[in-house]
Ligand binder design. Sequence first.
Ligand SMILES: Cc1cc2nc3c(=O)[nH]c(=O)nc-3n(C[C@H](O)[C@H](O)[C@H](O)COP(=O)(O)OP(=O)(O)OC[C@H]3O[C@@H](n4cnc5c(N)ncnc54)[C@H](O)[C@@H]3O)c2cc1C
Length: 375
Amino acid sequence: MSNFLIAGAGIAGLSAAIALARSGHEATVLEQAPLLSEVGAGIQLGPNAMRILMDWGLGEAILDVGCEPTHLIVRDARDDHVLTSRPLNDQDNARQKYGAPHVTIRRADLQSVLLKAALATGANVLLGQTALGLHESRLAQFDALLGCDGLHSKVREDLLANTWHGGKPHASGHTAYRAMVDMALLPLELRSQSVQVWLGAEQHVVAYPVNLRQMNVVVAQEGAPTLASPMSAELHALIAAVQASGGFTTWELFHRSPMFASKFYAKGKVALLGDAAHPMRPYLAQGAAMAIEDAQALGQAIASQPNVDMALQAYAKARWKRNARVQIQSQLQGYVYHASGLVRTVRDAVLRVAGERVTGMSWLYDYQNNLKEST
Ligand SMILES: Cc1cc2nc3c(=O)[nH]c(=O)nc-3n(C[C@H](O)[C@H](O)[C@H](O)COP(=O)(O)OP(=O)(O)OC[C@H]3O[C@@H](n4cnc5c(N)ncnc54)[C@H](O)[C@@H]3O)c2cc1C
């Protein structure tokens, strides 16, 4: 049995603690924040993430507090016209196709399910304790260090210092405005049980229910922070409801190039997971899902390879290409979502004609099954 020190109790850190415990190993998680809470934010869990969470026995706890939205509906932000729509969970679509539903949930609720599960497996979660990267004095007491400390990871900074992938993330020029609105404050037609996306030039808006009472709203904006682009009456009503119930929280989005070799993910007894390894634009709604996939891969690697260094190498090899692809596709999705002029006209035509196919994402959601078939 090995003993892991994990920096960060976000989705990556808690998922890693659960996956390690399932493989018979111990984890101590250091979290700098005194409390685990992210106010005013929701998260989508694609079937690829939900399949793992269900395998860990957390499906029921998540579905007790989250939602299974029925459709993905993509609209034109200028006039609300539907460009395309496809079932997510309607007629058991995601469960049938991918073996798990597509779920939307408050982040705080997801984190509390993960925290409870990590504690139940015996993980030691220490809040209010900052991890000091490779200079951590407690390191000698552990077999390995996992950097799950997010976008501005200290572990990554130390591990990759003086390498091709050293350096800090830089501002992407994109900003997310996030809010949680009471359903009761929304006009009836906006109280949808679907994931709705409105596409505008250099911006898009996403809204989805996170439970029976609340709707998560995100405006992603490229360039100068403004909410002044042409918007349909429905979108105006949505934004007005947000402003009336506390307004948006501004969230600057950062960029880091994907790491193009497994050696940047793990070295010796140190490895990176989640945003510490592969921060991405939120346009495929997959950053947390990749953190959960990382944790599962790490658990599988350590279960089949008891030597910790070799298990970390196996984890890195299993994950770097998948994460790089999702990072790149997320960035491309931003270009497509925020297109203007002729590109916008072509995109809208493609969405109208073949929307269900191009928004389908089987390569993304069916990952583990695709892997099994290719091995
Ligand atoms: C607007 C927006 C919408 C998104 N929507 C989705 C979505 O719908 N679906 C999806 O899958 N993903 C989504 N994401 C991405 C997702 O939020 C992230 O990918 C995910 O939270 C990464 O988890 P993590 O644990 O790696 O990092 P984080 O969530 O950043 O957690 C890192 C943790 O480490 C702690 N920490 C940092 N430094 C230290 C230290 N030195 N010592 C101790 N603790 C430390 C932090 O306090 C934090 O708790 C979205 C992102 C944004 C910005």
